[in-house]
Write a protein that binds this ligand. Structure first.
Ligand code: SUG
Length: 448
């Protein structure tokens, strides 16, 4: 049976703004308080989705969330009408209002961890929503994420959904951003690679000193158990704590994998050689020939990797067996990274072509091409069971660009977040979107 990797991209929400909310994420911190352009952000994302669809990849779309999150503000003691809740939060605690306005659900690589049916004990595709509990603005995403994923992958014969892990730092889970799957073919059993930043219970694992390690070993192990993965089908590896301290807040900022290939920075991991050996051995047992490309620090420094987002790229398999790398514009404007990429594609290795996309609006908050997509490997039967409303087509692209142009503002500053009209605009837009994507009622304002 044919199988595919489907990329579900997060649609940028109408409140996209630069709140400076993510300590440890260099871009988020350095662009704090700049004016954002939500319309441009959403259109840039849609353009990438359309381009991949036009290249022949199956492309899906994942809906944004209702913001400001009035329910979250109420849970923190702000009361009155929705407009009063927003007004009081703006007056008493702008940081809380900014957090509840973040459009951060667009980085759907953090929405969930997904294991394809070929890897799981019960032969279903498993999803665990990420608790994202390292940052308040992200910790409020998972209830709606679960409802949206449930509406997209509703068929229980093929899809199993798990609630987010307990919301404590010991089980900090950032979803697919710290998870990669290797395989010979998407439909065959593969090896799932979980990368963690620290251990919650075992002090033998070193931890970063300056910035938080968002993912724990214990969270990754729990997800692997929930998904029914076998011992031979998983590898756990620790991120190098010193790169976390240089701004690598997720593994997908320093490594990307696809098929039988891991493309990573020389300094990405601890105990790199033994980890690569384990991957090689476990993949060989699956009939796959694992390969890795290590980018040397003297060609591309960790700082260049963080600034350019070289590794936050999409590594895609083409019909002829070669691979394509989708990178952000920031890679072309960095001379060392661009030179490295020229060498890479002409070296006769698996990566033959690089395509560049302008995703500046998202990049300024630390979200590159890989952050914007959730990968779901599906066979033909499973793909047919996905809600067809969320699969990108030329007419859907036209409808969504029209929808963005109709509802989104082209400038948003912190002071605009206090405008109660923004909530109404968001609700009106999302109500229409649930009809476009045929999701049913997934948002708090629709359910209450
Ligand atoms: O969690 N930025 C996100 C970026 C997530 C990137 N995702 C992956 N690497 N997969 C984060 O740090 C910034 C929001 C702000 O500052 O307004 C933010 O949440």
């Amino acid at each position: 049976m044919k199988s595919f990797e489907v990329n579900f991209d997060g649609l940028v929400g109408p409140t996209h703004n630069y709140g400076g909310l993510s300590f440890g994420n260099v871009a988020s911190q350095s662009n704090s308080q700049q004016a954002s352009n939500p319309k441009e952000a959403a259109l840039q994302g849609l353009e990438k989705m359309k381009a991949l669809m036009d290249m022949g990849f199956v492309q899906g779309v994942l809906a944004p969330q209702e913001r400001p999150d009035v329910g979250a503000l109420r849970s923190l003691g702000f009361s009155g009408t929705d407009a009063q809740v927003i007004e009081r939060a703006a007056k008493e605690s702008m940081p809380l209002l900014a957090a509840t306005c973040s459009a951060s659900s667009m980085w759907v690589a953090n929405a969930a961890t997904v294991s394809p049916s070929a890897d799981t004990a019960d032969g279903r595709v498993h999803f665990t929503a990420a608790n994202l509990n390292c940052k308040f603005h992200r910790s409020i995403e998972h209830p709606t994420t679960s409802r949206v994923l449930g509406a997209m992958f509703a068929d229980q014969q093929h899809f199993a959904h798990h609630a987010a892990l307990p919301a404590v730092a010991q089980f900090g889970d950032e979803g697919a951003a710290n998870h990669t799957r290797f395989c010979r073919d998407y439909g065959e059993a593969g090896v799932e690679f979980f990368v963690f930043g620290r251990s919650a219970f075992d002090s033998r694992y070193p931890a970063p000193q300056k910035y938080p390690a968002r993912q724990t070993l214990e969270a990754s192990q729990a997800v692997a158990r929930l998904h029914g993965l076998s011992e031979e089908g998983v590898v756990f590896a620790q991120q190098n704590p010193s790169v976390i301290d240089q701004g690598v807040f997720h593994n997908d900022v320093i490594a990307v994998g696809n098929g039988e290939l891991l493309f990573h920075h020389q300094d990405a991991f601890l105990n790199t050689e033994s980890m690569l050996d384990e991957l090689r051995r476990k993949l060989a047992a699956r009939g796959a020939a694992f390969e890795s490309i290590s980018v040397p620090r003297d060609q591309v420094s960790v700082d260049d990797a963080v600034r350019s987002y070289l590794f936050n790229s999409q590594l895609l398999s083409r019909a002829d067996g070669s691979m394509l790398l989708i990178v952000p514009e920031e890679c072309r404007s960095n001379p060392r990274v661009w030179q490295y990429l020229q060498g890479l594609t002409s070296a006769g290795g698996p990566i033959r072509e690089v395509k560049v996309f302008d995703l500046k609006q998202s990049m300024q908050n630390g979200g590159g091409p890989a952050c914007l997509r959730l990968r779901v490997a599906l066979n033909e039967t499973e793909l047919a069971a996905v809600n067809p409303g969320v699969i990108m087509t030329a007419p859907l692209y036209d409808t969504l660009t029209g929808w963005v142009n109709k509802h989104y503002r082209d400038a948003l500053r912190e002071s605009d977040l206090a405008d109660p009209q923004l909530l109404l605009e968001c609700r009106t837009a999302l109500d229409e979107l649930t009809q476009i994507l045929k999701l049913g009622s997934v948002y708090p304002f629709q359910i209450n």
